[in-house]
Design a protein. Structure first.
Length: 73
């Protein structure tokens, strides 16, 4: 993937849970969900999210791990 994989974070900084969407790299509709690359990115994203203390920390960790993070509503 030439560009960084993108994630849309739809959780507020004060939320207790973390809601997010992948952008194009893990999609049933596009047929990319089960590919090795998508599975590796999904595992990498979950690892960063699971290790985070809160939503801002998760965003920081995702960016450090090479994801572009977009805030959504």
């Amino acid at each position: 993937m030439a560009n960084k994989p993108q994630i849309i974070v739809i959780s507020k900084d004060t939320d207790d849970s973390f809601r997010w969407l992948s952008v194009g790299w893990c999609s049933v509709k596009l047929g990319t969900k089960g590919t090795p690359k998508a599975e590796a990115l999904m595992a990498k994203a979950h690892q960063q999210i699971d290790a985070a203390k809160n939503v801002p920390d998760a965003i920081k960790r995702l960016r450090k791990a090479g994801f572009t993070v977009i805030r959504g509503q």
